[in-house]
Design a protein. Structure first.
Length: 351
């Protein structure tokens, strides 16, 4: 991300989650209620765990916005963790407060615990859990909501749909109830669709400018996402059916299909962007998996505190946010400009 940049910070049970966004032009309308509505969407979905009953994620905008419009300066976002009041001592920055209450050493297979402890030399796996937790996707959703408000200035909007939970393409709730009863978890598949994109975002000239590559990276780095697919699954389809034929109508090029999902040659082609992703089942499980204790290498059961049974609906909202950030960056890369009026000049051209 070259022009729309951001950094996030914050632990799952720390004081707060924070982001600084840099590169947002001036004059973009920012409605905190829209950001909060996106945060609420991320907290919902059938199968979420008890942490969501504690949190009501609300954004505080601490810089970069005045009287409802961006200033062009860095935007600071903060989301308070309500649960921090129960964890203040455990998450203290002061060595005098040391406690091993809430420490754990039984790796959760499938989570970051083992590789994270090897990498950073943490003995207490809590030190890995706190940042590897999907809790950080709350602040990413807030950043994505700011990107969505920027895209809205140009009529670009996104949405998502759940396609599959576990093995099922309908009756998701019964499947989630079954997994919950068994102390198990479920993954899922979802799609994200963005409409009204101009043709020519991304590029074919170099691998790191290809938009499909940037989108895949943005989605694959969401915790638990294991596969990304743009457009229709091309396996088992002849080229004559797969590719979207072109027609001319009233001086405009039109397509009757969109199997390519709006991307050709690493660039948007003006059709809706359709991107699908698969989330694996959450690895923090009530009926724990077999594992090894890092302290003495004895076989034991994996750590369990609390978890979601299925977070695919939340993951889809996070994916919308990540894609919004990539698209905001691409609009700025292609059209530049320091305020929406300058950027909108492209809409007067025939792209
Ligand atoms: C999450 C907050 C976490 C988990 C979940 C996602 O809160 P806690 O660990 O306090 O219950 O509910 O994260 C995971 C299951 C995980 O393994 O990372 C959130 O805000 O989305």
């Amino acid at each position: 991300m070259d022009k729309f940049r951001f950094l996030t910070a914050g632990e799952s049970h720390g004081r707060c989650l924070t982001a600084i966004i840099e590169g947002m032009p001036a004059g973009v309308a920012i409605d905190p209620e829209f950001i909060n509505a996106e945060l609420a969407r991320r907290q919902q979905g059938y199968g979420r765990g008890s942490r969501m009953k504690i949190e009501t994620d609300i954004v505080e905008i601490a810089s970069g916005v005045r009287f409802g419009k961006t200033l062009g300066s860095p935007i600071t976002l903060v989301i308070k963790n309500n649960d921090f009041e129960n964890w203040e001592k455990i998450m203290s920055i002061d060595p005098k407060d040391f406690t091993d209450e809430k420490s754990f050493t039984a790796y959760r297979p499938g989570h970051a615990d083992y590789a994270g402890s090897v990498k950073y030399g943490h003995v207490d796996l809590r030190n890995v859990l706190e940042r590897s937790s999907a809790r950080k996707t709350a602040i990413e959703t807030a950043v994505g909501a700011v990107a969505k408000l920027f895209l809205k200035e140009f009529g670009i909007e996104g949405k998502s749909n759940i396609l599959q939970i576990g093995n099922l393409t309908e009756n998701f709730q019964a499947e989630i109830d079954r997994a919950k009863e068994a102390g198990d978890t479920l993954g899922g598949k979802f799609e994200v669709i963005y409409e009204n994109l101009p043709a020519g975002l991304g590029s074919y000239v170099h691998w790191d400018r290809a938009l499909d590559g940037k989108l895949a990276r943005a989605l694959m780095s969401i915790p638990a996402v294991k596969a990304v697919e743009i457009g229709e699954n091309p396996l088992g389809t002849d080229g004559s059916r797969y590719h979207d034929e072109m027609y001319s109508e009233n001086g405009k090029i039109i397509r009757k299909t969109n199997h390519a999902g709006g991307i050709e040659g690493g660039m948007t082609n003006g059709e809706p962007l359709v991107i699908r992703a698969v989330m694996k089942p959450i690895p923090t499980m009530k009926t724990p998996l077999k594992t090894v204790d890092s302290a003495d290498l004895t076989e034991t059961s994996a750590h369990f505190e609390r978890s979601d049974v299925c977070a695919a609906e939340a993951c889809a909202v996070v994916a919308e946010a990540r894609i919004a950030c990539v698209l905001a960056d691409e609009i700025l890369l292609k059209f530049g400009g320091d305020n929406p009026e300058e950027i909108k000049l492209w809409q007067k051209t025939k792209i």
